[in-house]
Design a protein. Structure first.
Length: 216
């Protein structure tokens, strides 16, 4: 689906450029480049990537408006190949297994009971909770990536949705931590910017861990 979206918008851009419809061509080309620069269109946009996408779209229009210059489109393609990861800071495989996350998992694996339940209340849709679950061998109350199993198990879908609505569906608020204990959560993991007044039981350069009872 993603590949065809990019291919068809690029084709539409070429057709518009050959008809000398500048505005239409740039819009189509921008959509084609945006697939690469902004994989998830509903997330926050970086101005750097928007500017780069607009510049590449304008360059693609200029390259295609004159069919005689056959090397120009190839030059734009090669430029995008290097500029998207370079100036756009787009990484195909971002660093997920960070030293801080490994330290957190190692601590949980060796310093908490095996039946402990963790929650990453400020993680949103990040994948760190799933990596933690696998490496720490500890339960995570709910996380976004784990919700992928709702397509296969109806009972799991109901339980996952209930837990998601109770904890991560809305933006993290320190005032909400008091009710996590009632959900059976023994530990919460927060990023350092969301430090709570109570002393953490573990901390490193990226994460803070608090044990129930939680106090805002």
């Amino acid at each position: 689906m993603t590949l065809f979206a990019q291919l068809l918008t690029a084709v539409a851009g070429v057709r518009a450029a050959l008809r000398r419809q500048a505005a239409e061509a740039v819009v189509w080309f921008a959509a084609a480049f945006l697939v690469t620069l902004q994989p998830v269109w509903t997330e926050a946009y970086e101005p750097r990537r928007l500017i780069l996408g607009a510049a590449l779209a304008a360059a693609a229009w200029l390259a295609h408006r004159e069919a005689a210059h056959r090397a120009a489109p190839l030059a734009v393609t090669l430029a995008a190949f290097f500029l998207v990861p370079g100036l756009g800071h787009v990484a195909n495989y971002p660093r997920l297994h960070t030293p801080e996350l490994q330290q957190l998992a190692a601590w949980a694996r060796t310093s908490t009971p095996k039946d402990s339940v963790f929650l990453f209340p400020d993680a949103g849709k990040a994948v760190e909770p799933g990596i933690f679950r696998a490496e720490a061998v500890r339960a995570v109350y709910v996380d976004w990536k784990g919700g992928g199993q709702v397509n296969y198990l109806e009972g799991f879908a109901e339980q996952w949705w209930f837990r998601w609505e109770q904890t991560l569906a809305s933006r993290f608020r320190p005032a909400a931590v008091g009710r996590y204990e009632g959900l059976g959560i023994q530990y919460i993991v927060l990023r350092r910017r969301n430090r709570l007044p109570q002393a953490p039981v573990f901390e490193n350069e990226a994460y803070l861990v608090y044990r129930a009872p939680f106090r805002r």
